[in-house]
Structure formats: structure tokens, C-alpha cells
Design a protein around this ligand. Structure first.
Ligand SMILES: Nc1nc2c(ncn2[C@@H]2O[C@H](COP(=O)(O)O[C@H]3[C@@H](O)[C@H](n4cnc5c(=O)[nH]c(N)nc54)O[C@@H]3COP(=O)(O)O)[C@@H](O)[C@H]2O)c(=O)[nH]1
Length: 555
């Protein structure tokens, strides 16, 4: 029976006598190690000892055997062909009734498969499945190690935080599969920009971080950032498409910009946001003032939220005049924040923060509803046909359900949709042309109008002018400012007015401050004007008076 067990066991078994000479091995032993019985029988057990462990390892094993009669543990052994393999080994001392050792029995099995699975699981836990780069956990671990080493040896470590610019467009236009391939290619290029001992990791989405070990100072980190930007500036060829990808990079240096992993990462992230603010496709070194800015932003975010709850926002209206009719035909709703009593905070101080934090969504909805109900009130007060136009920020325009929300508000209030105009910048429309088309056509069918705000400052693309339901171009005020002195501005304004005429789109000049400007625009055929010449943005009742009394003196 015991012979049968010995022979059929899947575990390798070696029996040695009290002198350590091998007396028996089973077939599993041969299968695992490759040694035939005749090659080991009568030999010292030492012939099976691989030189994969240090001397003190065997001393520990021996000590425990003597003490307890048994040792179990992981052992890195070697097959006959020289290949190393891990095994789980148990050695038992067999004693006779007098307590004298008569045999050593070693039982072992090959745990290569288990080890491989373990390694795989470990790799998956610490690597990004898409790019194979270290993930955020391994990044943190590596940075912690790098800082420990740098502290001990008085060295510097650089951290780069990189975010691809407009990656969402690739995903939206070509689909996620192509987006994934692009991320893999970006990962390869990033890896090629740093040394073997540096770490490039993917935190998720289009965010990557880099640990630059033992750098000399800021110059070295900047060099790497430039190298990365150069590497990314070459277009990527993905499934027949040539894609251009840029990145915004934030840089911190240990110990100057943070003492620990969290501080260095957070500050590099902050610097990356500064790079985005500065027009993307650039790098920024962290400065302590960025921390103050971040604190300011956080406080403002909190206060905007409170302001919404406490009804602190109000709308002002700026008149728009039809030059042929010499009458106010529309007004632009412009938000103000009335906090601390009567002090008005201007939109330039809070709209960008509301945009970044997403608070523009509830704020924008409030603005839209308020402007619609005000326009309705003017109709009821006899100001028939007075339109209202509302600025829609890009985040608001991208949100799901904007068309439904506008349509529902119009239905609920009963305002004629033709009295509402939405102002959108070129950049907003170009972010996702298909979506722009869907939203604008849905609302356009109801009668809502669309004005392109700040025209001339962005793409000025004829494609969207031809394909989107646009009613009006608002010529950016920067061209009007120097209309009489800068021949370039004069030429641009003339060209936009004639473009509007050709495309049968209304032309509106923004920022008109002088009679000369108004006169010139009328002469050139510009249809409407808006600006301080007519009046600054004003409370709703002042606008009503202006419409009722007419613009005096006549322009
Ligand atoms: N998403 C939203 N954005 C809004 C809203 N309300 C305002 N804004 C945006 O904030 C920016 C600054 O607005 P504001 O301080 O109100 O300035 C407007 C006008 O006061 C100013 N203007 C008008 N005429 C003149 C002029 O003759 N000279 C001169 N120097 N400035 C003038 O221009 C601003 C209006 O610009 P525009 O929107 O491009 O027509 C501004 O970008 C607003 O868009 C809001 O409710 N939602």
C-alpha cells in the first residue's frame, strides 16, 4: 500500500538515511527534477542542493529540523537541465524509539504555476491594463521609495504631471477603440523620453505622471518636459488617421516644491492646470502662489454655491439697437453677483471658476430661466417683440439635456421661442460640431435663434457658418475698439459685415463706444450695435424705460 502511495504521489519524495545518503526517490521526483533514480541513489543529499540560496538559509533550515523535527517553506531549486524553479518543500526527520535519526524525508511540489499566477495578479494590481505602465498605486510606491532614497543621499527628484489636450475629441470623433490605441502610442513615446530607471505611469484617462530620479534641478525637469512636447508634436498615425496631440505638463521638484508624495503630486497637478489655463500645449513649474490661487478658487466655489442658495445673483441687461430702425430691439442678459450688501461682483471674477467647478450648470440654468421670465414680463408690459439673448458657456453647451431644458422652460413660461437668442462662442461650437448641430437644429426648429459671440477671435470657419443654423454674428469688441485707427480692424469689420450680408445672417457690432464707430458701422451696412454708447448693462427696469422712451439723442 505504502509503495503504491509512494509511486503514485504527484509530490516528489526523496528518502535519505541518517548519513544523508539518498535511498529512495519516487517517479514524481524524476518528473519534476529530471534526475533519474540511478543518478542520485547513494549520493549525498547535497547533490540536490541548488546554489540558489545563501549559506545562512540552510543553517536556519537545519536549526529548525533539529529543534522540531520538521521544516516547511518555499525553496528555489534547480532541475537537471539547470532551470531554476520554485517548490514547496517539507523535510521530516524520522527517529527510532531511542530518539536516534534514522531517515530524512523530503516531500516537494513544483509551484511555478502558482508563482506565475501570483506574479500576474501582482502585475495587474500595480499596472494599467491598457498601456502596461505602472498605475497610480505603483506610482505612489515608487515615488515614496525615490523620496526616501533622495532624502538619505541629499538628491533631487522631479515629478511631471501630464494631461493630453482635447483627448476627449479623439474619443468622441473616432470612438473609444481608437482613443485607446492613441493612449498606448502616447505611453510608448513618453517612455522613450525618460531614462530606464525613471517611472512613467498612467493615473487613468489621459493623465500620466513621471518620476525623474536624481535630477540636478529644474533645468533637467524642463528639458524632459520639452523633449516630451517634441515627441508628441509628431502626428500619430492611427487606423489611417493622422492625429495631432498636445499635452499640458505641470512640474514639481523635491524637496523644493513638496516634502512628500501627496504634496509633490498635488502641486504638479496644480501646475498642470496652470499650463491648461495658459492656452494648453505648454509646461509650467509649480510656484507657491498656485497654492494661494487654489485656496482662492476653493473659497469662491463655496461662496458661489452659497450665493445660488441665497439668491445672490441678479441679471443686468445691455441694449442692442437696430441701426436702420434706430430702436432697441434686443438686450443681452449679463449676470452679476450681489454679495455683501450692494457690492456687485463682475462675471469675469466668478464665471471661470463656475465653469471649472461645474457650478455653471445650476447657475446657467438659473440665468436662462430668469432671462426667459424677464422677456415674458416685458411682453406683458407692452414691450412687444423685445428679444433677450443669453450667454451659454461651453460646459453648459456640452451638458446633456440642454435642448430639453430650454424647450421645457419656454413651454412652461409660454415665451415665444423667437424672442430668445442663445450666444455661443466659436470655440464652444467647434468642440463638438456634431453635437452643436444636433442641439442647434432642435432648438432652431422651435424658433430659438443663435448668435456667434466674439466672432473673429476664433476659427471663423465658413464650414460651420454654412452648416449650422446661425442667425447672427457678433463682431468682437476688440475689432471695434480701434476701428478708426487700425486699418486691419477696419478691413476685418468690413469683411465680416459683407460676409453676413452674403450669408443672410444678421451683423451685430459689440463694444461700440463712440458716435464715429456707430456712424461708420451704419454706413458699412452693419445692422445692429451694442455697447457703452447706448448704455452699460443695467437693471431690467432701466432697460424698460430706455425702450419705452427711445434712445436719446438720436444716433
Ligand atoms: N456664461 C455666461 N457668461 C456671462 C454671463 N454674463 C456675462 N458673462 C460673460 O462674462 C464676461 C464679462 O461680462 P461683463 O463684465 O458683463 O461684460 C460685458 C459687457 O459689459 C462688456 N461690454 C459691453 N459693451 C462694452 C463696451 O462698449 N466697452 C467695453 N469695454 N465693454 C463692453 O462686454 C461683455 C459682454 O461680452 P459678450 O458676452 O462677449 O457680449 C463676458 O465674456 C460675458 O460673456 C452669463 O450670464 N453667462
Amino acid at each position: 500500500m505504502s509503495t503504491k502511495v509512494f509511486d503514485s504521489s504527484i509530490e516528489g519524495i526523496v528518502v535519505a538515511n541518517s548519513d544523508g545518503k539518498v535511498e529512495m526517490v519516487n517517479p514524481a521526483f524524476t518528473k519534476i527534477t529530471g534526475f533519474e533514480p540511478e543518478e542520485v541513489l547513494g549520493e549525498d543529499l547535497d547533490v540536490l542542493r541548488a546554489e540558489t540560496h545563501q549559506h545562512d538559509f540552510f543553517e536556519t533550515v537545519w536549526e529548525q529540523l533539529v529543534k522540531t523535527g520538521q521544516w516547511s517553506g518555499e525553496y528555489l531549486n534547480r532541475r537537471k537541465n539547470g532551470e531554476a524553479y520554485p517548490e514547496w518543500l517539507t523535510i521530516n526527520l524520522i527517529k527510532n524509539s531511542a530518539g536516534k535519526v534514522i531517515n530524512y524525508i523530503a516531500i516537494f511540489h513544483d509551484i511555478s504555476d502558482i508563482k506565475r499566477t501570483e506574479e500576474k495578479i501582482k502585475h495587474q494590481a500595480y499596472h494599467d491594463a491598457l498601456t502596461g505602465l505602472p498605475n497610480r498605486y505603483l506610482f505612489r510606491d515608487r515615488l515614496t521609495q525615490a523620496l526616501r532614497h533622495a532624502r538619505r543621499n541629499n538628491l533631487k527628484v522631479g515629478v511631471l504631471f501630464l494631461d493630453l489636450d482635447n483627448f476627449k475629441h479623439v474619443n468622441d470623433s473616432l470612438g473609444h477603440d481608437q482613443g485607446d490605441i492613441l493612449l498606448q502610442e502616447v505611453a510608448k513615446r513618453l517612455r522613450s523620453c525618460v531614462r530606464e530607471e525613471d517611472t512613467v505611469s498612467r493615473l487613468g484617462g489621459d493623465e500620466f505622471t513621471m518620476i525623474l530620479n536624481e535630477v540636478l534641478g529644474h533645468d533637467s525637469t524642463v528639458k524632459v518636459a520639452r523633449k516630451i512636447m517634441d515627441a508628441l508634436s509628431e502626428p500619430f498615425s492611427i487606423s489611417g488617421h493622422l492625429l495631432h496631440v498636445n499635452a499640458s505638463i505641470g512640474i514639481t521638484l523635491f524637496p523644493n516644491d513638496g516634502e512628500d508624495t501627496d504634496a509633490l503630486t498635488k502641486n504638479a497637478d496644480m501646475a498642470m492646470y496652470r499650463a491648461k489655463d495658459r492656452g494648453k500645449n505648454n509646461y509650467q513649474l509649480f510656484t507657491p502662489s498656485m497654492n494661494q490661487d487654489a485656496m482662492h478658487r476653493l473659497t469662491m466655489e463655496y461662496q458661489i454655491r452659497q450665493g445660488l442658495e441665497n439668491n445672490e445673483f441678479i441679471l443686468y441687461y445691455q441694449p442692442r439697437m437696430d441701426l436702420a430702425l434706430n430702436k432697441v430691439v434686443s438686450s443681452e442678459a449679463l449676470v452679476r453677483w450681489q454679495r455683501d450688501g450692494n457690492r456687485l461682483t463682475m462675471p469675469g471674477d466668478f464665471i471661470p471658476i463656475a465653469e471649472e467647478s461645474g457650478l455653471i450648470l445650476p447657475l446657467g440654468e438659473w440665468i436662462l430661466k430668469k432671462a426667459i421670465s424677464q422677456a415674458l414680463a416685458w411682453q406683458d408690459q407692452g414691450l412687444k417683440g423685445l428679444k433677450v439673448s443669453v450667454n451659454i458657456s461651453s460646459r453648459q453647451f456640452q451638458q446633456k439635456g440642454l435642448a430639453n431644458m430650454v424647450a421645457q422652460t419656454l413651454t412652461e413660461t409660454g415665451l415665444d421661442p423667437r424672442l430668445l437668442e442663445l450666444e455661443i462662442t466659436e470655440t464652444t461650437m467647434m468642440m463638438d460640431l456634431e453635437k452643436a448641430q444636433r442641439v442647434m437644429e432642435a432648438l432652431g426648429r422651435m424658433g430659438v435663434g443663435f448668435a456667434v459671440d466674439d466672432f473673429g477671435m476664433g476659427y471663423s470657419s465658413l464650414y460651420y457658418l454654412k452648416n449650422l443654423p446661425i442667425d447672427c454674428l457678433k463682431i468682437d469688441q476688440s475689432f471695434i475698439r480701434d476701428l478708426s485707427t487700425d486699418p486691419n480692424d477696419t478691413a476685418i469689420v468690413d469683411a465680416i459685415i459683407s460676409l453676413c450680408r452674403t450669408l443672410r445672417i444678421h451683423s451685430v457690432a459689440e463694444g461700440v463706444e463712440t458716435r464715429e464707430q456707430a456712424k461708420y458701422l451704419r454706413q458699412k451696412g452693419c445692422e445692429q450695435i451694442q455697447g457703452y454708447l447706448l448704455g452699460r448693462p443695467m437693471p431690467y427696469h432701466e432697460l424698460r424705460e430706455m425702450v419705452v422712451n427711445g434712445i436719446k439723442p438720436k444716433l
